[in-house]
Ligand binder design. Structure first.
Ligand code: NMX
Ligand code: MLT
Length: 457
C-alpha cells in the first residue's frame, strides 16, 4: 500500500493495545530516583516522557525508530540509489516504524506537493512585520497565521470523539509540513531577495523543492538539503523544541497580530486549554528553537567563524584559533556548536556533515577551520573542568556547508532547522493523539520545600 494514512490506521490499534498492556502490567515499575541536583539542573537525566519516533543514546547519538544516521543513509530511498535520504522517507519511518519503498516515498512526495498551498493572509501577516525582524520571528508568525486552517480545531469545535483525534491531527500535520517550505522561503525572499518568490516545483521532492524555492538548483545543494532536513528532523522528546511542541499541545499559545488604530502591534495571548492543534504546538516549538543554546546555535556558529575570519583571516593557525576560543570564553560566552545536554561523544549528525564536506568541499577554507576547531576546542572545554561534553554538536558544521553553496545569510539558518524539526514533532504529535497520551503536568516545589525535605531525608 502506498498510502501513509491507511498504513497508520492499521498500526494504531495494535500500538494502543501495547500501551494499555504496558500500563496495566508494568505501571508500578520504578524508573530511577530523582535527586535534588536533577530538580535544580533542568531535569537532566530524569526519564519522564514517552517519545516513540526516536531515541538518543549519549554515546552513540540518535536513532530514528531504531536506525542510526548511517543506517538511514543506507536504507532510506534517495532520488538516485546511493543518494542522500529523502526526508519524506524519514517521515514515513518515524510514523510507521517501517522503511518505505521508493514508490511509497514518491507517493508521499506527491501528497506533500498537493498540500503545498498557503493562503494569502499568511503573507500579509508576515508583511505586517518589519523586514528587519529576525527570520525566526517572521517564520513563527507565518505558522501562527496558518493555524486559521486547522482541521483539528474545527473538528474539536464540532465535538469530535476522542478516539478520532488523530485523524485531523494527521491532516493538519501533513499540511503543515507541506506548507512550511513555502512560508520559510517567503521569509527568505522577503528579507534577502527583494520579495522575488519562487513557486513550488511541480515534480521535485520535499528537500529538493525547498532548496529550489530558496533559489538554489545546484544538484549538490539539493542533496545537502535532503540530508540536512533528515538529520535535523527529530532528537527524541526532551530537547527544548520537541518538548515544547509536546507540552504546548496541552496549552494554547497564540500570537495575535492586531492591525488597529493605524499601527501594527504584536500581542502574546496565553490561554490554558487542552489539545492545541499542530499549528499552535509547532509555533510554540519554533519559539523554543529560536533560543541561542538550542537551534539558534547554527546561526551563532557561522557568525562566530566569520568573526574569526575578520580578525585573523581564513587561514588562521591553530594557535590563533586557541587564543580566539579563550577570548570567547573569557568574555563570558559559550563556544557555539560544542557541548550537549545528553550526548557525551561527537554528534553523529556532525560526523555525517563532515563526511559530506570531505566528499564535496574538501578544500573549502571554512571547512578546514571547522576541522581545526574539532581539534582545538574540546581540550580547551575540558580544561574548564565543568563542561560535560566537549565535543561538537550538529550546529558546529551545518553553516559552512550552506555557506559554501551560497546560502550565506546566517541569521536565516534556524529557519531551516525549524522546517526540518516539523517532521519529528508532527510525527510524534499524531501518535500523542492516537495513543491518547496524558496532559503533561509535572510537580514543582520551592527552595523552602526542598530544604525542609532534605532536613528530614
Ligand atoms: N562553551 C562554554 N561553556 C560551556 C559549553 C560551551 N560550548 N558547553 C557547556 N558549557 C558550560 C555551561 O555553560 C555550564 O556552565 P555553568 O555551570 O557556568 O552554567 C557548564 O559548562 C556545564 O554545562 P553542561 O552540563 O556541560 O551543559 P548543559 O547540558 O547545561 O548545556 C548546551 C548544553 C548545549 C546548552 C551547552 O553545551 C552549550 O551552551 N553549548 C553551546 C551552544 C550550543 O552549541 N547549543 C546547541 C545545542 C544543539 N542544538 O541544536 O540544540
Ligand atoms: C536537538 O537537536 O534538539 C539538540 O541537539 C538539542 C537536544 O537534543 O537537547
Amino acid at each position: 500500500d502506498v498510502d501513509l494514512h491507511s498504513q497508520l490506521k492499521e498500526l494504531i490499534p495494535e500500538q494502543q493495545e501495547r500501551l494499555k498492556k504496558l500500563k496495566s502490567e508494568h505501571g508500578k515499575v520504578q524508573l530511577g530516583n530523582i535527586t535534588v541536583d536533577m530538580v535544580l539542573g533542568g531535569m537532566r537525566g530524569m526519564t519522564g516522557l514517552l517519545w516513540e519516533t526516536s531515541l538518543l543514546d549519549p554515546e552513540e547519538g540518535i536513532r530514528f525508530r531504531g536506525l542510526s544516521i548511517p543506517e538511514c543513509q543506507k536504507v532510506l530511498p534517495g532520488v538516485k540509489p546511493g543518494g542522500e535520504p529523502l526526508p519524506e522517507g524519514l517521515l514515513w519511518l518515524l510514523l510507521t516504524g517501517k522503511v518505505p519503498t521508493k514508490e511509497q516515498v514518491d507517493a508521499l512526495s506527491k501528497e506533500l506537493r498537493n498540500r503545498a498551498t498557503v493562503p494569502d493572509h499568511v503573507y500579509k501577516t508576515i508583511d505586517a512585520l518589519p523586514v528587519t525582524a529576525h527570520p525566526m520571528t517572521q517564520f513563527a508568525t507565518g505558522v501562527m497565521a496558518l493555524q486559521v486552517q486547522s482541521e483539528f480545531q474545527k473538528a474539536y469545535e464540532k465535538g469530535i470523539h476522542k478516539s478520532k483525534y488523530w485523524e485531523p491531527t494527521y491532516e493538519d500535520s501533513l499540511s503543515l509540513i507541506a506548507q512550511l517550505p513555502i512560508v520559510a522561503s517567503y521569509v527568505y525572499c522577503r528579507i534577502y531577495k527583494n520579495g522575488q518568490v519562487i513557486p513550488v516545483h511541480d515534480s521535485l521532492d520535499y528537500g529538493g523543492n525547498f532548496a529550489h524555492m530558496l533559489g538554489f538548483d545546484n544538484p549538490a545543494m539539493l542533496e545537502l538539503m535532503r540530508l540536512y532536513v533528515t538529520i535535523h528532523s527529530d532528537h527524541e522528546g526532551g530537547n527544548v523544541s520537541a518538548h515544547t511542541g509536546h507540552l504546548v499541545s496541552d496549552f494554547t499559545l497564540s500570537i495575535i497580530l492586531l492591525q488597529g488604530l493605524g499601527r501594527d502591534m504584536l500581542m502574546l495571548d496565553l490561554v490554558a486549554s487542552a489539545l492545541s492543534d499542530p499549528y499552535l504546538s509547532f509555533a510554540a516549538a519554533l519559539n523554543g528553537l529560536a533560543g541561542p543554546l538550542h537551534g539558534l546555535a547554527n546561526q551563532e556558529v557561522l557568525l562566530w567563524i566569520k568573526s574569526v575570519v575578520e580578525e585573523c583571516g581564513e587561514n588562521v593557525s591553530k594557535d590563533h584559533l586557541k587564543e580566539y576560543v579563550w577570548k570567547t570564553l573569557n568574555s563570558g560566552k559559550v563556544v557555539p556548536g560544542f557541548g550537549h545536554g545528553v550526548l557525551r561523544k561527537t554528534d553523529p549528525r556532525y560526523t555525517c556533515q563532515r563526511e559530506f564536506a570531505m566528499k564535496h568541499l574538501p578544500d573549502d577554507p571554512l571547512f578546514k577551520m571547522v576541522s581545526n576547531l574539532y581539534e582545538v576546542v574540546p581540550p580547551i572545554l575540558l580544561e574548564l573542568g565543568k563542561v560535560k561534553n566537549p565535543w561538537p554538536n550538529v550546529d558546529a558544521h551545518s553553516g559552512v556547508l550552506l555557506n559554501y553553496y551560497g546560502l550565506t545569510e546566517a541569521r536565516y539558518y534556524t529557519v531551516l532547522f525549524g522546517v526540518s524539526r516539523s517532521i519529528g514533532i508532527c510525527a510524534q504529535l499524531i501518535w500523542d493523539r492516537a495513543l491518547g497520551l496524558a496532559l503533561e503536568r509535572p510537580k514543582s516545589v520551592t527552595m523552602e520545600w526542598l530544604e525542609n525535605y532534605c532536613k528530614k531525608a
